[in-house]
Design a binder for this molecule. Sequence first.
Ligand code: SF4
Length: 232
Amino acid sequence: MVKKADFPVKSAAGLKKRARRVVEILRRTYPDAWCTLNFKTSLQLLISTILSAQCTDERVNALTPGLFAKYRSAADWAKAPLSQVEEDIRPAGFFRNKAKNIVSCCQDMLARFGGEVPDRMEDLVTLAGVGRKTANVLLATVWHHPAVIVDTHVQRVSQRLGLATEKNADKIELELQALLPKEDWTFYSHSIIFHGRRICTAKKPDCPGCPLNRICPSASIFGTISSKGRKK
Ligand code: SF4
């Protein structure tokens, strides 16, 4: 028997309260949650983020030291033969598409931004292969702008927590922005990504072992939880 959620689930105020409680618990559980891609420059994080689609951060981090020693600037990527880039990034998977995006993106940056990664959402999303998720990773991680990063983990876990109802990532970003204080946007994103990888996985969420189970409306769907709930 699952303990009833601590907060009302339908009113906007109730959802905001639940969102705040979620963040409190996440801060205790994952105090150091942050981007797990290794990088030293905005260009390196941009390339790593493009490579990380459908690939683990560990695999990307294993690949990038060699890549970043070879390709040191946007110009290096932009002028490289596509077939060579494909070969170099092959271990990250989907290498043809990713290579095309990386080369086009760097050509764009050379042509329009002096070879630098732009630091505004409206400019970032004009680059090949850069959607709002990648742009928000850069804005939050490099420039420390508050940003909600909606990757597959944030999408899935936010839906399970009842904090997001939309299916489209851009709309989920807006829903979460409305629920969370701005100062929590980036931490929420990184910590939910940690949580989605470790506990609230796509195939087998560990609801009995989840520190959010008392306030998660999906706990009863995915797992059996003690009627006493968990001490927070
Ligand atoms: S209680 Fe279950 S569904 Fe809810 S966040 Fe935790 S692991 Fe995910």
